[in-house]
Design a protein around this ligand. Structure first.
Ligand SMILES: *Cc1c(COP(=O)(O)O)cnc(C)c1O
Ligand SMILES: [Zn+2]
Length: 412
């Protein structure tokens, strides 16, 4: 079973068998999974998808496994919220929040990609997994590896949020803090992956890992009533999620599952680490790596984004825009989403909503067409970022008089 025919170099087109391999030997371009869509057409339909359990595997024909999934079998199908209060606050007619702050099991969209990568790693016979991570990936690899009795080695920049560290260690991973930036961590992991026979989900397993991101967009389209999104705003770290949302839309269009809508893709970054949006705004051919990222949106702090070039081109070709927001705007947007919709997102979500707001105000996203905001992680993991700006609870004594004194002072 399985519909991936081969891996293909995105640059020179060289084909490779399905192996744990991510770089072309001819030109060092990235490898991508290529599917047999003629065959898939015979197996997939709206009705068939709808009849299956509500998790990412309901789209299994478009995911890169050759056998049934063994890990993360219940991941996905998070809510798409019609956000009416937020729409009113932003002055738009129709806005939706795709809420992966509640993704199972580790509260970020990384649960999707890791389920796919580790199920594939199992197919290949790996017993040890690993990753280079800005935080959420570490959480997902540690948890999902634990559930599958796989050993894991996880490398992170040493200065990540405390909560992202605890949420990794608790599942029993070998967690290693590296004194360096994410890009240095990533380089080290490439060397380790070459030397040891381990499944590094975002390195040698990357062509499979990244396909898992498509499930986010498949769900959005199904939940919109089998419609492609007209405008969708996506946070960018390496740029992988953005490129795969585009691929998912193109696949559903090709297979006749949705009608083409002329979907526009918007990319969001934090100003303190914005190689892709800076290149986009300056109309550069490609991005310049950021040496020292400096932002509270640590989960997006990748200075040298592997898919940055492709993300930029997709944004351009779709007629979208890339933009960035400051740390203050990120916190403001986190509060806006919490207070209008009761959804608490992490800093990455603040980036996405902050950019959405900015683009609406600048007239770059029209107010009278449906907009989807991609919320990809949970606020409970980045408490440090908002701690100083939210105020404190009132403090009173334990009697009714105490309360009434407080309440009457409030009313004045
Ligand atoms: C990893 C991550 C992203 C996007 O990552 P890409 O590398 O661009 O695919 C977005 N939001 C959160 C919360 C993340 O952890
Ligand atoms: Zn190549």
């Amino acid at each position: 079973m399985g519909f991936v025919e081969s891996l293909k170099c995105k640059e020179c087109g060289e084909l490779y068998p399905k192996e744990p391999k991510h770089v072309c030997e001819m030109c060092f371009g990235p490898l991508e999974a290529v599917y047999n869509y003629d065959e898939i057409k015979k197996h997939i339909s709206r009705e068939k998808i709808a009849s299956r359990p509500q998790n990412i595997w309901r789209y299994k024909e478009l995911l890169p496994l050759d056998s049934e999934p063994t890990l993360g079998t219940q991941v996905g199908y998070t809510p798409l919220v019609r956000a009416r209060n937020l729409a009113e606050a932003l002055g738009v007619s129709e806005i939706y929040v795709k809420n992966d702050a509640v993704c199972y099991p580790t509260l970020s969209f990384k649960d999707r990609v890791v389920s796919v990568a580790l199920s594939k790693a199992r197919e290949f016979g790996f017993e040890t997994t690993g990753c280079a991570s800005t935080g959420n990936l570490a959480n997902a690899v540690s948890a999902i590896s634990a559930s599958g009795n796989l050993k894991s080695y996880i490398l992170i920049p040493h200065d990540l949020e405390q909560s992202k560290i605890l949420n990794t260690i608790v599942y029993g991973a070998n967690l290693i803090g590296v004194k360096g930036t994410y890009d240095e961590v990533n380089r080290l992991c490439s060397e380790i992956a070459d030397k040891y026979n381990w499944a590094f989900v975002n390195i040698n397993m990357r062509p499979y890992y990244s396909e898992g991101s498509k499930s986010y967009a498949f769900e959005v389209m199904e939940q919109l009533g089998w419609k492609a999104p007209k405008h969708i705003v996506i946070p960018m770290a390496s740029g992988s999620l953005l490129t795969k949302v585009w691929k998912a839309i193109k696949e559903f269009e090709l297979l006749g599952i949705v009608e083409p809508q002329g979907s526009r893709i918007y990319g969001a970054q934090a100003t303190g680490c914005s190689p892709i949006s800076t290149a986009f705004k300056n109309d550069w051919e490609t991005y310049k790596p950021v040496e020292k990222p400096d932002t509270i949106a640590k989960s997006l702090a990748i200075g040298n984004p592997a898919d940055g070039y492709y993300a930029m081109n997709i944004i351009r070709d779709s007629g979208g825009v890339a933009e960035s927001v400051s740390d203050a705007e990120i916190v403001e947007a986190i509060e806006l989403l919490a207070r209008t919709e009761g959804i608490y997102t992490e800093t990455a979500g603040g980036v996405t909503l902050g950019v959405t707001k900015k683009l609406i105000e600048e007239g770059k996203i029209p107010r009278d067409e449906p907009i989807v905001v991609s919320i990809t992680g949970n606020g409970l993991k980045t408490q440090d970022a908002v701690e100083g700006s939210l105020g404190r609870p009132a403090l009173i004594g334990p009697t009714l008089e105490d309360f009434e004194e407080f309440y009457s002072s409030k009313k004045l």
